[in-house]
Design a protein around this ligand. Structure first.
Ligand code: SF4
Length: 197
């Protein structure tokens, strides 16, 4: 999309004190306002809460936002939450981008100034990145839930077992007559002195 048509909303989360105690949230929010394509910025105590999600939805409706950046926790935790909020407001969910300013920032330092600088950089990168996102569509395709594991050493055996525990059909291929690899050749393993075979 032409950058002049991009309207991005940036939402910076406090996560109670998880982020706010180490990152100057107001400062990051203010900085985000200066970034190209940003229409609105907000800070909020718990962005993943219902009122937090409503903020995003309202802004999409009222300000015609076509991009959303949420600076909060790991995408592993709440990317589906914010994508869903965007979708419910009529925006393609892939126009939402998260900046991880908790696990990658506030939780791993005790230097407030550096944490704030890093949070600002992460937000700037997310704003830049989301400009170039395409409106993706989810598709369902038929698949066979099976896996091929090549090599029956310790790593191959462990992978095969985990896949099998997850309900997948596993084909474990080993070129030698027996599995176990180098591990099976050891007498005992340190420090438990278990028989490795
Ligand atoms: S969105 Fe993430 S960082 Fe924000 S309150 Fe929820 S869990 Fe905490």
């Amino acid at each position: 999309m032409n950058l002049s048509k991009v309207k991005t909303g940036v939402y910076v989360c406090h996560c109670g004190t998880n982020i706010a105690s180490m990152v100057d949230v107001a400062g990051v929010t203010e900085y985000a306002r200066s970034l190209e394509g940003v229409t609105i910025t907000r800070e909020y105590t718990y962005m993943c809460s219902q009122p937090g999600q409503e903020l995003i939805k309202q802004d999409i409706a009222e300000h015609g936002l076509n991009r959303v950046v949420v600076a909060s926790c790991s995408p592993l935790m709440h990317e589906p939450t914010f994508r869903r909020a965007c979708q419910e407001a009529g925006l393609n969910p892939f126009f939402c981008q998260m900046a991880n300013i908790r696990e990658h920032c506030s939780w791993v330092t005790d230097d407030r100034e550096k944490a704030t600088r890093k949070a600002s950089s992460l937000v700037a990168a997310a704003v830049k990145r989301v400009h170039y996102h395409a409106p993706l569509e989810m598709r369902q395709v038929a698949m066979t839930p099976a896996a091929l594991v090549i090599g029956g050493g310790i790593a191959g055996i462990e992978s095969a077992l985990r896949l099998a525990d997850a309900g997948k059909q596993v084909y474990l291929v080993e070129r030698e007559p027996s599995i176990g690899g180098h591990m099976a050749q050891l007498y005992k393993t340190f420090p438990t002195l278990d028989c490795s075979a």
